[in-house]
Design a protein around this ligand. Structure first.
Ligand code: ADE
Length: 227
């Protein structure tokens, strides 16, 4: 079974998403083991301090190196990690290809920073993959960790049902956006479902979906300046 460890200073923010819907089901079916570690459990002074002022000045607080080092060294003594993922706006932009690659390994460790960041020695010592989920700044790595975990876990065989299959997803091969979907009612507030989808004509429906997919993919490339 694949195992994913996450270290966080605000572990509560991870608990509910990891215990909902498909991630919950995947864990219950033993398709993945996800273990959340509370950084504060690795602080040993009287006040369990995990942050401190940055050298050289500047606003905000930094997460101290020692609790990360202690926690990560314990984990590294227990198993080898295929990737140690460090979320940072300066990292490589995450995409489906990276999700596909990560979904094939045994052990992942995600180091989620918070506040203004993490003492850089943690990144230097342990990070194998620095990852950004887009050109904007979040308050911490937790949402990044969840995006990465969600995108990986749904690819593990047996996690999705046939009807949820990931095989013909948008972006599965990196450059296809799927045709839109509709369900009942066929007409709602004057808005009609494309007639072809109600026709029962399988071949024509398939052609329509391919055509729509082509149009949406071109549009997607254009609005993202990809060609
Ligand atoms: N930390 C803060 N913002 C981030 C982003 N966009 N991607 C990865 N890590 C982050």
């Amino acid at each position: 079974m694949m195992r994913i460890d996450v270290i966080s200073a605000v572990p509560d923010s991870l608990i509910s998403p990891l215990n909902t819907s498909i991630l919950k089901r995947a864990r219950e079916r033993n398709k993945v083991e996800i273990v959340v570690h509370n950084l504060r459990d690795y602080a040993h002074d009287k006040h369990k301090l995990i942050d401190d002022k940055p050298f050289g000045g500047g606003p905000g607080m930094l997460l101290k190196p020692e609790p990360f080092f202690e926690c990560i060294e314990i984990l590294l003594n227990e198993r080898k990690y295929d990737h140690v993922i460090f979320p940072t706006p300066g990292g490589k932009i995450y995409d489906q290809k990276m999700a596909n690659d990560f979904s094939l390994v045994e052990n992942l460790l995600i180091i989620a920073g918070h506040y203004k960041g993490v003492d850089d020695r943690v990144r230097q010592k342990f990070a194998t993959d620095e990852i950004s989920i887009g050109g904007y700044v979040l308050t911490g790595g937790e949402i990044v960790a969840l995006a990465i975990i969600d995108s990986i876990v749904r690819l593990i065989p047996g996690v999705l049902n046939d009807s949820e299959s990931a095989l013909n997803d948008s972006l599965m091969d990196g450059e296809i956006i799927e045709a839109p979907y509709y369900t009942r009612p066929a007409e709602y507030k004057g808005m009609e479902v494309p007639e072809i989808l109600l026709s029962g004509h399988e071949k024509k429906i398939k052609e329509w979906k391919e055509e729509q997919s082509k149009i949406l993919t071109e549009h997607w490339k254009k609005i993202n300046s990809m060609e």
